[in-house]
Design a protein around this ligand. Structure first.
Ligand code: TXA
Ligand code: MG
Length: 356
């Protein structure tokens, strides 16, 4: 498919209530089978009509994604999911606690959602985002919106409109620019596997501990933090694809902050290294690095929410600087840290260096 024919219209949306005619135009485009990129609280989504098989095909083509990797459907309110999935008491409890918000729940699919949207699966992933632009768009479209992250397959998910435009200009009809995404990492995904029982497939801002407050049995899929063997089948198709992978190799440093800093101070003399560093280290590094454009501060060491919000931007920009190697700290697996750990370990293809 030739993409450059599509003229992409970029619209900045600061207040969806005041910009109802812009939202209505984008919503009409979705209903007519077009593609609209929209902001959510996690990352930007590449949206099309989830009930239309040809929209799903267009999404896969625009993203360059294999069509066996299923799409999440986005609904305007948690109850709307009843038209598209078989709901259950566990879903209702999760919805009351976390929706609208950064949680996706996998449930049995109803016939209203074609198999093209679910990558051939009999299940469907449902999410109700909290971002006001996303909600206004879904409501105005009157159909659920199927949306993967709005990156070209294999690149970090976009968290601002500039990154969306880099990947999607000429491939979609509209880009709605809602500013920077608040969370910066994709939603938490759980599969309901029984009454009061879920499996965590992808960690996000709804943490393992938060899920445990609502559901008694929460299992963490092994692929969340470990490398699967060649013959192991992941529980979610997306887990088998290489993800979040910059061109330069990523190496994660395991050890105390002091040991990591002295390693980095030595290393930068021998390689062209891009460094995702804590704010506290930045001042020390900047005194010693000739090329400051290779340093990417991601927030204070203790501010995991800031690391999450900055990570994908830092990875994209680090990669653009064409370094020999990208170094970052190995995140802790506590709380939101597990989501960072999961993304970083995949970006680095499980490359961890002990520096203590
Ligand atoms: O925060 C998010 O979830 C963003 C925003 C746009 O909502 N969306 C997003 O979509 O991250 P995507 O397509 O990049 O990631 C969805 C993941 C994929 O790894 C896919 O394999 C998995 O969800 N998935 C979707 N439907 C599934 C299903 N029925 N069973 C198992 N995994 C599923
Ligand atoms: Mg994605």
């Amino acid at each position: 498919m030739e993409f450059s024919d599509i003229k992409t219209e970029l619209i900045r949306i600061t207040d969806p209530d005041q910009q109802q005619s812009d939202i209505a135009r984008a919503a009409a485009c979705i209903r007519q089978g077009g593609l609209v990129v929209f902001p959510t609280e996690t990352v930007y989504g590449l949206g099309g009509d989830a009930t239309n098989a040809s929209s799903a095909k267009k999404i896969y083509a625009a993203k360059g994604r294999p069509s066996d990797n299923p799409l999440i459907i986005h609904v305007a309110s948690p109850e709307d999911a009843a038209d598209y999935a078989q709901l259950c008491p566990t879903y209702e409890r999760l919805a009351r606690a976390f929706m609208p918000g950064p949680l996706t729940v996998i449930l049995p699919r109803k016939q209203t959602i074609p198999k093209d949207t679910t990558g051939g699966l009999e299940t469907v992933a449902v999410r109700c985002p909290v971002h006001p632009v996303a909600r206004a768009l879904i409501r105005a479209a009157g159909v659920p919106i199927a949306a993967p992250s709005a990156n070209i397959s294999g690149k970090p998910s976009p968290t601002c409109a500039r990154h969306v435009a880099e990947d999607m200009n000429g491939r979609v009809d509209f880009i709605l620019d809602g500013g920077d995404c608040e969370i910066g990492l994709e939603s938490t995904i759980v599969a309901v596997t029984g009454e009061d029982r879920v499996t965590l497939l992808r960690p996000g801002a709804i943490t393992y501990d938060a899920l445990c407050m609502v559901v008694t049995h929460v299992e963490i899929a092994r692929a969340v933090s470990e490398k699967l063997g060649d013959n192991e089948k992941p529980l979610s198709p997306g887990m088998k694809y290489r993800h979040y992978a910059p061109d330069a190799p990523v190496v994660l440093l395991d050890g105390s902050d002091i040991a990591a800093l002295s390693f980095l101070l030595r290393e930068q003399h021998t390689h062209r290294c891009a460094i995702l560093c804590y704010d506290e280290e930045y001042a020390r590094l900047i005194e010693n690095v000739d090329d400051h454009s290779l340093l990417f501060p991601i927030g204070k060491a203790a501010d995991v929410a800031s690391h999450a919000k900055t990570l994908f931007t830092a990875l994209r920009e680090a990669d653009r600087a064409k370094p020999d190697i990208i170094y970052a700290h190995l995140p802790s697996k506590e709380g939101l840290g597990l989501a960072l750990y999961n993304r970083m370990i995949r970006a680095s293809a499980h490359t961890v260096l002990n520096v203590d």
